[in-house]
Every structure is written in C-alpha cells, then in structure tokens.
Write a protein that binds this ligand. Structure first.
Ligand SMILES: Cc1cc2nc3c(=O)[nH]c(=O)nc-3n(C[C@H](O)[C@H](O)[C@H](O)COP(=O)(O)OP(=O)(O)OC[C@H]3O[C@@H](n4cnc5c(N)ncnc54)[C@H](O)[C@@H]3O)c2cc1C
Length: 407
C-alpha cells in the first residue's frame, strides 16, 4: 500500500492556521482553567467556538452543506493533531468526542429529517450530544454483545429500559444516541438498534456524575437511567437490529480521531519537556546535555513519529473505502500507549515541577490514561489484531519429516 506523505496545500494552510489559533487563543484559556474545560461553563464553549469560526478553523470535518470544511480522514489527521495540542482545542473547533464521532455517524446513517433536526445544530455548535453504549456489569463494555438495555415495541414506537454509564458529555447534551437491544438476548452478536433520544424525554435521567481520573471532557462522564422511555419510530437511527453494524461505522474513524487529538497532547508535552531541558542547569551542565534525558527525548520523538504514521496509514485505508479494521486497531493500541509514555517521560524530565499544578503536564498525565481503556482497551485490540492475523494464510510450519531430512 502506498501512503502519500504530502498534503493538499489547503489542508497544510488550515493546519497552520489551527496551530496559530490554538497558541494565541486556546492555550491561554487552558492554562487559566488548568485544562478543565467544564469549569469554564457553557459561556467558555460558546466563546471559544465563536473565536474558531472567526479564525476560519471551525468544524473542519463536517460536510460543507452543514457548515463544515469537508476534510477527509487524512486531512483530519493533520488538523486534529494541531487542535489537540491543547485540551480545549477540540472543543473550540467542535471536533471533541463524542460530538465529532456522532456527526460522522449521523452524516453516514441518518435520514434527511434526522440530519436537519440533530446533525445541523450539532455541526453548528448550538447543541452537544452523547453516545450511550456502555452499561454497568454484566452489560455491554469490551464485549458489546452483552448489551442488556432493551427497546420493546409499543403503539407508535418503542419503550427503552436499562442503565448506561460512562456516558461522556451527557450532562447538558441535547440528545443521546442510545444502543438498545430490539431482539435476541445478552450475548447474541446481533439484535441492537440505535435510537436518537432527546434529553428531556420522560423516563431518562442522569443518576450521577462518575468521579474519574480525567476531567477534561465537557459534561463529564455520567450514569444514566432509562425507565420506560418512549421513543417514536422516527427516532430509530438507521434500520432496526443493525445497531452493531452502525457502531462499526462510528468506531474506526472515532478511535482514529481520538488518536489524532491525543497525539497533539503528546507533542505539547514533549515541547514542554524540551523547553525545560534547554533551560534547567544542574551538575554543571544543561539538563538536555545529560545522556539519560536525551534518551527520553529521543524515545518520545520516535513514539510521536511512529504514532503519526500509523494514524495516516489507517486514515488512507478509510479514505480509499477500505474497512481499516486491522490498521485502526494497531494505531489505536500503539498511540494510546505511546502517548502515555511521552507524557510520562516529559513529566519525569520536569522533576517536581512536572507533577505540580504550575504547568499542565500533571493534568495531561491524568487525561491520557483512560484512552488505553475507551474505544477498545489495549487488550481487546491486541486480541482482535491477533485473531485477524491468525485467520490470514501462513506458510506451512516445518514438519517433523523435513527436519529429519535436514539433519
Ligand atoms: C473516560 C471514559 C469515557 C468513556 N465514554 C464513553 C461514552 O461516551 N459512551 C460509552 O458508551 N462508553 C464510554 N466509555 C466506556 C468504554 O467504552 C468502556 O470502558 C470500554 O468499552 C471497556 O468496557 P468496560 O469498562 O466495561 O471494561 P470491561 O469490559 O469490564 O473490561 C475490563 C478489562 O478487561 C480487559 N480485556 C478486555 N478485553 C479483553 C480480551 N479480549 N482479552 C483480555 N483482556 C481483555 C481489559 O484490560 C479491560 O480494560 C468511556 C470510558 C471511559 C474510561
């Protein structure tokens, strides 16, 4: 496979404008808030998005007819990486999870009426959304087939019952895209349907905000109860019982866009560490002149470069209309772990300053750790990567007979 390492000049220009916008407008807000966007409230989100619109960098991923710039996955890779250099950058550009993944899904699957009602305001930043798949044990987690939330037919629609948790951004979202079982039983590989459920629908309520290591996602991570929630036929997203197939439409691109954004944070962490290594004097030399520090800086450069190329490879496959199942699993596993390593090394290079709240590294450290769990844990992906590889053909193993002949 050929991977084109060059970009359309318009994409390069947009990436440069995004970098300048993040440095001038977003990074100062991030520092002021210690990286916790929710602390700035809805007013901050609106202000940052207005500034992004003025700078011409807003919603680069959305189709032009919905006010975006229609970037393909390769274009997103370079622009999202620049936006991701600040925890607040994706929020400003309206490319933060889960909204960005939901826009992608709605563009691919929703009816024209649903696009007008749900996609258009989301793309404009007038509303936020959430995606409700995961359930407390024994429900859906790494194994989506364990889906236990049900939707049963009733007059004019469906009644949804169940419990979801870790639903990012649910507090303040205008609606959620909810996976519920419409046929079969937990453990079955099919039988799921996606529903668009407005936040004010009777029977759906946020039970609690889950206290987590990370705090950077707007609207937090919520536990949600669904108790006889009535939704009409018009709320079905796509076809009944096809929810798992649509989840795949969302998952491969969404896990890659997470990689792009977190790669931005890895770069920023390395920038902070390099600046410190240049300035700090100890043992009669600069920190950056000490070999073990140079090794950490070099290893982080290698992790960043390798991450970028794995992302671009999977993006190229998606842009070419291929599934990218294997390449996106490989990218997700590697990038989630590489980003963690880069932030960890950067923090180490900065010493006590690194773990303090005076700079943002300790916040980044907390924010990147959960990425090894969501969008498929490293273990789930490794398991899937190995299974796909084992299904491929292989050269026959050396037989006992051949070994005897050679002896
Ligand atoms: C910060 C955060 C935000 C999230 N946001 C959302 C959201 O917006 N919407 C949503 O629906 N969900 C969300 N999730 C949930 C996320 O998708 C799940 O946490 C993830 O799918 C794993 O499921 P689980 O937590 O139930 O872990 P489990 O399924 O219980 O897995 C636990 C562990 O088992 C191991 N494991 C898994 N598979 C294998 C395997 N094949 N072989 C060996 N070991 C394995 C892994 O180490 C894994 O971490 C979020 C999670 C986090 C942490």
């Amino acid at each position: 496979m050929t991977i084109d390492l060059t970009h359309d000049p318009a994409v390069t220009e947009l990436a440069a404008r995004t970098a300048a916008f993040v440095d001038a407008v977003v990074a100062p807000e991030e520092l002021r808030l210690g990286g916790v966007a929710t602390d700035g409230g809805e007013a901050l989100r609106v202000r940052l998005q207005e500034a992004a619109r003025e700078a011409g960098v807003f919603a680069p991923h959305v189709a032009k007819e919905y006010g975006g710039q229609g970037l393909d996955m390769r274009g997103r890779a370079v622009v999202f990486e620049e936006a991701g250099r600040s925890l607040l950058g994706p929020l400003a550009l309206n490319i933060a999870a889960p909204d960005e993944g939901n826009m992608h899904l709605l563009e691919a699957v929703a009816t024209e009426e649903q696009k007008e009602r749900y996609l258009r305001p989301l793309a404009a930043g007038s509303v936020r959304s959430s995606f409700s798949m995961t359930e407390p044990a024994p429900g859906a987690g790494s194994d989506p087939a364990a889906l236990a939330t049900t939707a049963t037919p009733t007059s004019g629609g469906w009644l949804v019952n169940g419990r979801k948790w870790f639903i990012t951004g649910a507090d303040g979202a205008a609606y959620t895209i909810c996976m519920a079982r419409t046929s079969g039983r937990p453990g079955d590989r099919g039988g799921a349907t996606m529903f668009l459920i407005d936040a004010d629908t009777p029977g759906m309520r946020i039970v609690r905000h889950i206290d987590t290591l990370d705090q950077g996602f707007f609207g937090g991570h919520c536990e949600i109860e669904l108790d006889d929630v009535f939704v009409s036929e018009a709320s079905v997203l796509g076809a009944v019982d096809e929810g798992f197939a649509y989840a795949q439409v969302r998952l491969a691109p969404a896990r890659l866009t997470h990689c792009m954004r977190w790669l931005g944070i890895a770069r920023r962490s390395q920038e902070i560490a390099v600046a410190r290594a240049r300035e700090r004097e100890l043992f009669g030399s600069r920190l950056g002149d000490l070999g073990m520090v140079q090794a950490m800086i070099a290893d982080s450069e290698i992790d960043i470069a390798a991450s970028r190329l794995l992302i671009w490879q999977a993006c190229t496959e998606l842009d070419d209309g291929r599934s990218a199942a294997q390449s996106s699993s490989i990218a997700k596993t590697f990038v989630a772990e590489a980003v963690g390593r880069v932030v960890d090394r950067s923090l180490q290079i900065c010493g006590a300053l690194g773990v303090s709240g005076d700079i943002l590294l300790s916040r980044y450290y907390r924010e990147v750790r959960p990425f090894r769990i969501y969008d498929g844990s490293s273990e789930t992906h490794r398991w899937a990567i190995a299974k796909r590889r084992l299904r491929e053909g292989a050269a026959p193993a050396v037989t006992e007979e051949k070994r005897t002949v050679h002896a």
